[in-house]
Design a protein around this ligand. Structure first.
Ligand code: DGL
Length: 277
């Protein structure tokens, strides 16, 4: 596999652009091919079977484009479809999910109480709690891990309301319901925002939780892990940018174009890929 080949990245929609942006920042020479399944979002409310079958079809599409690696830039798809996508890709093409690198990083940080938030699909899978407890046990550390579904957050963020007056009360209500409110006996000292929409609301999370709580930077951790894995496999591209990025979606509307710019941090051209037509 040539190192000039693109890195394939996919998500249920545009949230995964936070991960694509971090990868582009950490690996500026790499060409990206991004696919957002806007026709089927939100994945967070779908069954694992459906998310798995869509994810496998999208991975096939990225492999057909000659991608040298696949990044599942969606927690809901990482939670339910990573094994199926790895089976499809085989040995030659590494598949990275957005959960394992974060779990590895957080397990080494020595937090006493870790809260994980995400969609119903991600939290319902129990994957963060299970793998994080295993990783803590293996490293001989203690630590409580609790998970809570926060399905109202992604739509608020998609609307651009991460700093709207509604955001803080919604976040606080979830913290209360989970028993993690600051100054309560269940207060957490680290929060994993387990959804690729949530990095846009980091400031709101820090505002509500206070400075003493570590709000984990998922995309930054994932981008570093993509760098490490590509280097290990001899797939890292160096030198000038290997070619133009490609960003495509399965349903193209002006609203998705506006949101894509916000999630990626600057303007980009979205193409329509009629994968389901
Ligand atoms: N980006 C998705 C994730 O990380 C959340 C949005 C959705 O439900 O599709 O889980």
């Amino acid at each position: 596999m040539a190192s000039e080949a693109p890195i394939g990245i996919f998500d249920s929609g545009i949230g995964g652009l936070t991960v694509a942006h971090a990868i582009a920042r950490v690996l500026p020479a790499e060409r990206l091919s991004y696919f957002g399944d806007t026709a089927h979002m939100p994945y967070g409310d779908r069954s694992p079977e459906l998310v798995r079958s869509w994810s496998v079809r999208i991975a096939e599409h990225l492999l057909d484009q000659g991608c040298k690696a696949i990044v599942i830039a969606c927690n809901s798809a990482s939670a339910t479809a990573a094994a199926a996508v790895r089976d499809l890709a085989g040995e030659a093409v590494p598949v990275l999910d957005v959960i394992s690198p974060v779990v590895r990083a957080v397990a080494g940080q020595g937090h006493a109480r870790i809260g994980v938030i995400g969609t119903r699909a991600t939290i319902g899978s129990g994957i963060y709690g299970r793998t994080l407890r295993d990783a803590l046990r293996e490293s001989g550390r203690d630590g409580v891990v609790e998970e809570w579904a926060t399905p109202l957050l992604a739509p608020l963020i998609e609307e651009g309301w991460q700093d709207h007056a509604l955001m803080d009360p919604v976040l606080l209500s979830y913290l209360d319901a989970a028993g993690w409110a600051p100054d309560s006996s269940g207060a957490i000292d680290a929060l994993i925002p387990g959804c690729t929409h949530y990095p846009l609301a980091m400031a709101a999370m820090r505002r509500v939780l206070g400075e003493q709580v570590d709000v984990v930077d998922g995309p930054g951790i994932v981008a570093e892990s993509v760098r490490t894995q590509l280097a290990e496999e001899g797939l890292l591209h160096s030198g000038p940018l290997a070619g133009d990025h490609r960003f495509s979606v399965s349903d193209l509307t002006p609203g998705f174009e506006r949101s894509a710019t916000r999630f990626f941090g600057h303007g980009l051209d979205l193409a329509y890929d009629p994968l389901w037509a």
